[in-house]
Design a protein around this ligand. Structure first.
Ligand code: CO
Length: 135
């Protein structure tokens, strides 16, 4: 079940510069910073209400975000939807024939469980399913 908009993932070639821009423009402070090696990114999260703005930098050119930046420059990279059960949502999408990037859930930042859905499944938007860690 879809519970909330979890985050908007924004790719940038200058993470510290982008963090500073969001801080100053919106008067908000970053709440989390983490490197996710297997996604090839370093991210900074700003919590806004119950959702996040997620600024992403590529760990190298040969990563999904690195290739995105080379092809398109900085901008919106993906949208994270918070669901109560990523595995069940994956199974539902596969049954519906929605193409997946991830065949099984994996670890995201903040201890979340995540899975990416192919942009072809949602009108050109890369979708990330996000399940909060158990309390
Ligand atoms: Co994300």
């Amino acid at each position: 079940m879809l519970e909330n908009l979890d985050h908007v993932g924004i790719a940038t070639g200058d993470l510290d510069g982008a963090v500073e821009h969001y801080r100053r423009a919106f008067g908000i402070e970053p709440t989390h910073r983490e490197t996710i090696e297997d996604q090839g990114v370093e991210e900074v999260l700003f919590q806004v209400g119950t959702s996040f703005i997620q600024l992403l930098r590529a760990l190298g050119p040969d990563t999904p975000v690195g290739r995105f930046l080379a092809r398109r420059g900085g901008g919106v990279h993906h949208v994270g939807y918070r669901v109560d059960d990523v595995a069940a949502t994956l199974a539902r999408f596969e049954a519906m024939g929605i193409p997946m990037v991830d065949r099984s859930p994996r670890r995201g930042s903040r201890g979340t469980t995540v899975a990416f859905v192919h942009p072809k499944g949602f009108g050109g938007v890369l979708v990330e399913l996000v399940e909060e860690p158990a309390p």
